[in-house]
Design a protein around this ligand. Structure first.
Ligand code: AMP
Length: 451
């Protein structure tokens, strides 16, 4: 396959122009694989995460295919929704639509994003003027469908982005309702980081003879991201965090917590410590979330405390540091989290603060990424409470531990270890890494359903 340039992928000049302006010279592996297939009209089931360049992988051929419908006519009837992109979170919706809009800059195609948490009335007038490409979260799209502010009977392309996360977040009933409203003859593209049985089932329900695209999972762990873990008592985490944030050369950091409550509390504590911090999590209003994210992206705040759901899929340019204040219980979440740094070929640091009761989760992570994370010793001032707790911990550590809760996937591909050194997000111009050779092959029988 020719991955030499975007021009060789037969994209129209008005699309190539934006890529040149954005500095994209070489398609990423998922783009090189997906673009020709989408242009051919095939359904796709692609294993790729945010960070691999997958937005352009579906958006560029989508624009190319919709170009004949581009029109300057002001009549809404001339601008029906022809492509629908469903995503699980509001932030991702905003991000994806911003990319689509940027790629469509020199075309006459219109795009719009609709998501919950904001007044629906603000979205309706825009919808009514007509858009060819609609990016939506499922719940809000259903609201618009109920209010008859959107028609989906002319959708010819559907993208289901982060399908695995949609399932995790319980979107299945909403998805089924939306899919039932789409024309049966259409092209469907599904992107998912995992190929669990549920994902296969979902793909059977709405893809027709899809091609399976496997691009090695984005794993910046080996080369770009320096990983460290501090074995530390829970009571010391806050002091250590402040020390790390203040002492580091990194200008910005995302600090991950497991719960919304911890995220809120921690960001308030950090503000009291004099750090420019804010939190982003599911209990915040949409406006607050957008403001916090914008403040972080523009550099107004240096620390963003986030839960996994809120931070999923975010593309923050040049983020130098990720700190796991609490260790995720699902090891895959660790990879998603640290994937926020070391993007686009930049280097990054991922630091985990591991309390004794979290050690077993760290072991699960090490097993998944197939490498041992370097352990560091925290250099903290003496703390009487810590001393007592450490003694208690030493006593406790002789007692047998319950077995670690292993989250199993049902698919052999997902159980494959991460391959150190294989990065699939070469945002810097560079040839496709041979070790990460992606494969395009017909979908296994399990994925097929009769026409
Ligand atoms: P995504 O996986 O779509 O979130 O993309 C991750 C990042 O890679 C985004 O910041 C894109 O702007 C960037 N990107 C996507 N494709 C390319 C490319 N071919 N060359 C350089 N950067 C890219």
């Amino acid at each position: 396959m020719n991955t030499a340039s975007f021009a060789s992928l037969n994209l129209a000049p008005e699309i190539l122009r934006t890529l040149t302006e954005a500095g994209y010279t070489i398609p990423t592996p998922i783009q090189a694989q997906a673009i020709p297939l989408v242009l051919e009209g095939q359904d796709l089931m692609a294993g790729a995460q945010t960070g691999t360049g997958k937005t352009a992988a579906f958006a560029l051929p989508m624009l190319q295919k919709l170009l004949p419908h581009a029109s300057t006519n002001t009549s809404p009837a001339r601008h029906p929704v022809r492509a629908l992109i469903l995503v699980p979170t509001r932030e991702l919706a905003i991000q994806v639509e911003a990319s689509v809009k940027a790629y469509a800059k020199y075309t006459k195609l219109r795009s719009l994003v609709v998501f919950g948490g904001v007044d629906i009335k603000t979205q309706t007038p825009h919808l009514k003027t007509g858009v060819e490409i609609l990016v939506a979260t499922p719940g809000r799209l259903l609201d618009h469908i109920e209010q008859k502010t959107v028609q989906l009977n002319q959708v010819q392309m559907l993208v289901l982005d982060e399908a695995d996360r949609m399932l995790d977040m319980g979107f299945m009933p909403d998805l089924k309702r939306i899919l039932a409203l789409l024309p049966r003859i259409r092209q469907s593209l599904m992107f998912s980081a995992t190929f669990s049985d549920e994902i296969k089932k979902l793909s059977e329900d709405f893809l027709i003879y899809p091609t399976l695209l496997e691009v090695a999972r984005s794993n910046a762990t080996a080369e770009n991201v320096t990983q460290k873990a501090y074995m530390v008592e829970q009571v010391d985490k806050h002091a250590l965090l402040v020390q790390l944030l203040r002492g580091s050369d990194a200008t910005q950091a995302i600090v991950f917590t497991k719960t919304k409550l911890t995220a809120s509390r921690l960001s308030r504590q950090l503000q009291r410590d004099g750090l420019a911090a804010d939190a982003i999590h599911g209990d915040k209003s949409q406006l607050e979330r957008i403001q916090a994210l914008d403040a972080f992206k523009s550099g107004k705040i240096s620390t963003l405390v986030a839960t996994d759901v809120a931070a999923r899929g975010l593309d923050i340019d040049q983020l130098p540091m990720v700190i796991n204040y609490e260790i995720p219980h699902a090891p895959e979440d660790y990879v998603h989290r640290i994937g926020r740094t070391g993007r686009a070929g930049a280097s990054g640091t991922a630091i985990s603060l591991v309390a004794p009761e979290e050690e077993r989760y760290l072991k699960e992570i090490e097993k998944l990424i197939k490498c041992e994370i370097r352990k560091e010793t925290a250099n903290l001032p003496a703390h009487p409470a810590r001393h007592q707790r450490t003694e208690r911990h030493e006593e406790r550590s002789h007692a047998p531990r319950p077995p670690a809760a292993v989250k199993r996937s049902h698919d052999a591909w997902f159980d494959k270890p991460y391959e150190p050194g294989v990065s699939t997000a070469p945002a810097q111009p560079q040839p496709e890494a041979p070790a990460a050779k992606p494969s395009a092959r017909p979908m296994p029988a399990l994925f097929r359903r009769p026409r």
